[in-house]
Design a protein around this ligand. Sequence first.
Ligand SMILES: [Zn+2]
Ligand SMILES: [Zn+2]
Length: 335
Amino acid sequence: MKTAEARKLLGVGRDATPHAIKKAFRHLAMLWHPDRNPAPEAHEMFARLSAACDLLLEPFESARTDDESASPTGKTESHGADRNQDIELDIEQLCLGGKAEAVLESARECVECEGQGTQEHGHSQLCTQCQGSGRVRHGKNLNHCEDCDGRGYSKRTRCLSCRGSGRQISRRVLTVTIPPGVLPGDELRLKGEGYAPPSGKGRSGDLHLRIQLRPHPLYTLEDSDILLDRPVSVFILLGGGNISVPSPTGPRDLDIEPGSATSREQDIPGAGIPARGKRAAGKLRVRLVPVLPVTSTPELIKLYRTLQTKIGQAEADVFPELSAWEQRWVPGSKV
Ligand SMILES: [Zn+2]
Ligand SMILES: [Zn+2]
């Protein structure tokens, strides 16, 4: 990138001070930061803005270094920008905490082509875009190759290192300690893990990691409460009993009171997401889903018949809907 181009990109004049350059950069970086701007070109634009800022600050930087060696007292340090990123966690990690990995991607100007996206050669070379055919495939069509103007050879070829984008993506894996009790939308702040200062000196910005929940096949979250469906035999719902209920931190016992054979919720207080800061611990909210028997045995058939006989006169209480139906459509009949 040339100085004039960098000035134009940042919208600053020839006599711009380092302060004005940084101010212009910060303003544009806010608009084009890939964490804020979802446009596909945001990555590249941000990298170009960073490169422009570096380039324009360079003369001041070397002057300052000279000044410093003369009088090392006048230190002016800049701060890097904060960085926002999502981190996806399992519900078990929200409950228990532990270590998680955050992958940080950074776009830097490509060193091979200095951000140009192309490389100049002494003599013509096979076009890297069309491999010498002069045409490139776009879906079903073969189009004229614009890199070499259809000649197949060119002195200026697309940079292989950055595939013509002018930038290189570097990845950094950061191991993060997750405290127990975080919830989706919470933010973890990691000091100094944000962007490096534009001048290369001073401290880096902070990293704000926003928690996201990885979907789970069994559990869902409602604030600090963990919800799940637990199929239960209709006989346990009717007669009561003790069942085992899964939770992200291991199985729990649940006593079921005798009740109706319809779906109902029973909670286990404190078995949701654990307390953190001012936030209280959540509940494990178990929706009991009745399951009817699908087969029988001669012995069970005998039992069911006895049961039905025993229900007898109490039918209106035990099966109110059935009783109402029969009274309307088969009144006076004996079931
Ligand atoms: Zn390149
Ligand atoms: Zn070509």
